[in-house]
Design a protein around this ligand. Sequence first.
Ligand code: TXA
Ligand code: MG
Length: 358
Amino acid sequence: MIPATPIRSIALDDLDAPALAEAAVLLRSGGLVAFPTETVYGLGADATNPAAVSRIFAAKGRPPTNPLIVHADGIDLARRCVAEWPKSADLLARRFWPGPLTLVLPRSRIIPDVVTGGRATVGVRVPAVAEARALIARVGRPLAAPSANRSNGISPTRAEHVSQDLNGRIDLILDAGPTAVGLESTVLDLTSDPPRILRPGPITADEIAEALGFPVLPSSPTVAIASPGPAAASPGLMAVHYAPRTPAIRIEPGESPPPSPTGALLAVIVVGGEPRDLSELEPCLRIDLPDPVAASKSLYDALHRCDSSEADRILIRMPPDLPPWVAIRDRLRRATAPAEPGRAPGIRYDREDPRSYR
Ligand code: TXA
Ligand code: MG
């Protein structure tokens, strides 16, 4: 039997918590520790230790070509992970760090190939949770950390979500309660000119443009691009499939819900809608997320709850196509991407593949 992964609580602001010391010892010896950030829980390993980083890919079932974000406790350590530190990086780091912005820059020699899937660039960020920064400081090295879920699963915003997905596959879970922001960081490519948003997130294109004094390229809406392999010549054939296990269907504002099979149990999530919206349905679970901040914080928890309910399908009322909802619409499109008709059985469609953000 696989031993259960221990979960240790850390009280708010207890930067001397014994659990942090235990976690640092594990990380320094090549272990895997899930830790809280303001966005989602991360699955951390010493970013300078290739064997430790390989264990992340194994635990998540993540394709080795999908690069990991490296977490630092401040600008100094972040700068050691990159080969160049342009003025734009400095401006953005000073404005938004610690916080949910990942900067993609040429990588330095301390970052091994396995972290970046062989790419010449690395994504770095400084998380806003003080305990996470204290942990990195204790380890004394940057931490590579993707979201702490199985590849293709829903990102974790609570320690329990991590445990449901990765119990027995990792060494320790640090629990600091639900995450405050709830959606993954904005990923900004500073090696392109102008900079380009690869993944929309809590920091918007407008906020970045304002800090820089010039516009950046917004993320393109989900474009499905083929993974390497025999079918690679058919962009669109291998659409990103970023879904709960329960089939999830999106309904755009103004659209009516599709007819449900008789006897099907529904879960309904109404994002950015009115309380009366979809009130004709009789779901076994209904969750309303009326404003962007609450929706960001609770979206993944809502998806987790619907997925573990008895519902046979999840209907999601999409929020309007307006700036405050960009990142949430992005994640919901991925969560409801239909499985490709006629796709070859056994092929995994990776919602985290960076090509899907191009
Ligand atoms: O908020 C977050 O970013 C969370 C917390 C734990 O920090 N992390 C996270 O990591 O969401 P992950 O691995 O689930 O998503 C990282 C995204 C992926 O889409 C990955 O392809 C992209 O960032 N990425 C990482 N490094 C990159 C690079 N060098 N170039 C392009 N994309 C990169
Ligand atoms: Mg992820």
